[in-house]
Design a protein around this ligand. Structure first.
Ligand code: HEM
Length: 236
């Protein structure tokens, strides 16, 4: 056998039924997992990319700095790849800062305490529903200096090295049930956005002042506003 991916491994496990009295592995469960991965993995990354482009249209000087960084590292006739990533630190820091500033998923998935627990001085009885609020944490001055400012450099250390997370950063949730797709999503965002920044410049349409950073609140998420248009210029 030569398993290629998650589905192959799952089907092998189903077939072998290593523990027949205890196995959860069946085709219904596999379908549910695949559906969950499609739902959780699709709109998140595409909406985040749109958020990024809105921020770049608004903060042109930051977009320019990213483009200069890419031009220095990536030959003009090839696309940015993972091999360039260690040197594109300002780009990764900006992706992180967009995630913090827009708080696309303002609240985490609701959890329920399975037993009585004491956490940070609080007694939480069994059965209590608990919800993390990323949007508050992301604008909390305890964790972030001048939290309302959009400042990608906050995710770079004094040597210009990028650090992807810190206390208070909850774009992918926290704890045992934090986003399963985080590493994959970060890689996708980096590759898509690096290619877009290398080849295009995004700006607000001439006749419409600044881009708005206000989210659309239609679904209770902080979705980017779809009615906003961009002016897109091809870079030489
Ligand atoms: C920018 C992209 C993404 C963001 C911002 C994001 C964010 C989140 C957040 C905030 C949670 C809830 C965590 C918690 O309750 O503490 C979550 C859960 C989850 N995410 Fe993502 N996500 C992204 C992309 C993806 C992708 C690409 C996949 C899969 C391919 C994925 C799969 C999941 C799954 C399966 C869960 C549930 C995890 C569990 O309950 O154990 N996500 N995500």
């Amino acid at each position: 056998m030569n398993p290629r991916d998650f589905i192959d491994y799952y089907l092998i496990e189903m077939k072998e039924k290593k523990n027949p009295n205890y196995s959860h592995f069946d085709i219904t469960d596999l379908k549910k997992i695949m559906l969950e991965l499609f739902i959780t993995g699709q709109e998140t990354t595409s909406n985040m990319t749109r958020w990024f482009l809105i921020y770049m249209s608004r903060f042109q000087e930051i977009q320019e700095r990213i483009q200069k960084e890419i031009d220095k590292v990536v030959p003009r006739d090839s696309l940015p790849g993972l091999e360039h990533r260690n040197e594109l630190t300002y780009l990764d820091a900006t992706i992180n800062e967009v995630q913090r500033h827009c708080s696309m998923l303002p609240i985490g998935i609701i959890k329920c305490a399975a037993k009585d627990v004491r956490l940070e001085g609080f007694d939480i009885p069994k059965g209590t529903m608990i919800m993390s609020v990323a949007a508050l944490s992301h604008r909390d001055p305890t964790y972030f200096d001048a939290p309302n400012e959009f400042n990608p450099s906050r995710f770079l250390d004094e040597n210009g090295k990028y650090f992807p997370t810190c206390d208070g950063f909850q774009a992918f949730g926290i704890g045992k049930r934090q986003c399963l797709g985080e590493q994959f999503a970060r890689m996708e965002l980096y590759l898509m956005i690096a290619a877009l920044m290398q080849n295009f410049t995004f700006a607000p349409p001439d006749d419409e002042g600044q881009m708005s950073l206000a989210p659309s609140t239609v679904r209770g998420f902080h979705d980017p506003r779809m009615e906003q248009k961009f002016k897109i210029r091809l870079r030489n």
